[in-house]
Design a protein around this ligand. Structure first.
Ligand code: LER
Ligand code: MN
Length: 268
């Protein structure tokens, strides 16, 4: 398993300096914002080569959601993701992390009742994923469908929700992103849920129980890492977290060491 990180406010602004620092911290790859990839493509491409660090995945940076209530925004979303995947493929990137929606609606917060039925939600998601599955196939990339916790999305909350929709649509180019922060809220047992979804696990997001850097909260990563090791997961574990430790650069390095130790313990 390899480590990657998303961008951080304490990283330098230039992509060459960013990637150089990320590499020196022990990361093997970078997860980029889609807008940054499009707007600064030439700089990103050169920085990748000069710093010898790959951009492996994209998260965010497009308009709307694949499960957007607003049809115009949903279409924009598919268009933007297609453009991002076209560019990502030129860098030999792997794929894009895509939730059904983020922050659009929660059934656990007022007004509690969404404007669309569950059947309609599913139909819309199947339609969007069908289109993106084709884009992913033609660009040699993947869609990493991501369940979010109940307060951030009302459509896909558990790994099994994502697996079920991928199976129904027979989408060969759609896999699952398993995010430890969301799993800590939604899955009864993270290791068991990972094992059940094992054929479709394509990407991992890492954060501790409180969404800060791993090692500063109360999540036990080892059972989940054991499951990933046993199933032969050889993709990236990508840090997606805020940083609570100080100074942040030292805290982040400490967190990389902590995850390394957890991975070692998971092998035993
Ligand atoms: C948001 O909480 C999240 O986990 C992101 O990966 C959204 O795609
Ligand atoms: Mn995530």
């Amino acid at each position: 398993m390899k480590l990657a990180t998303q961008d951080k406010p304490f990283f330098p602004e230039s992509f060459f300096e960013k990637f150089t620092l990320v590499k020196s911290m022990g990361f093997d790859g970078f997860e980029i914002d889609g807008r940054e990839l499009l707007n600064r493509f030439d700089e990103v491409k050169k920085a990748m080569a000069d710093a010898d660090l790959p951009v492996v995945t994209v998260c965010g940076g497009y308009r709307g959601w694949i499960g957007d209530f607003d049809e115009e925004k949903r279409k924009l979303c598919i268009k933007d993701i297609a453009e991002i995947l076209n560019r990502l493929s030129l860098l030999s990137g792997k794929g894009i992390v895509v939730p059904a929606a983020w922050g659009m609606f929660s059934k656990r917060l007022p007004p509690m009742v969404p404007p669309r039925s569950e059947e309609e939600d599913r139909k819309v998601l199947l339609e969007s994923l069908d289109r993106l599955n084709r884009v992913a196939e033609s660009t040699g990339t993947l869609i990493y469908l991501e369940p979010l916790n109940r307060y951030e999305d009302h459509m896909l909350n558990r790994l099994g929700d994502a697996v079920s929709i991928i199976r129904e649509g027979k989408f060969s180019y759609v896999k699952v992103t398993a995010d430890f922060y969301h799993m800590n809220i939604e899955e009864p047992r993270i290791d068991e849920s990972l094992r059940e979804a094992k054929d479709l696990i394509g990407h991992i997001h890492l954060a501790d129980s409180h969404r800060y850097e791993p090692g500063t909260g109360h999540l036990d990563f080892i059972p989940g890492f054991k499951a990933l090791t046993e199933m032969g997961y050889d993709g990236y574990l990508t840090f997606e977290c805020r940083v609570i430790g100080n100074p942040p650069e030292e805290a982040y390095k400490q967190s990389v060491r902590y995850i390394g130790e957890c991975l070692e313990k998971a092998k035993k």
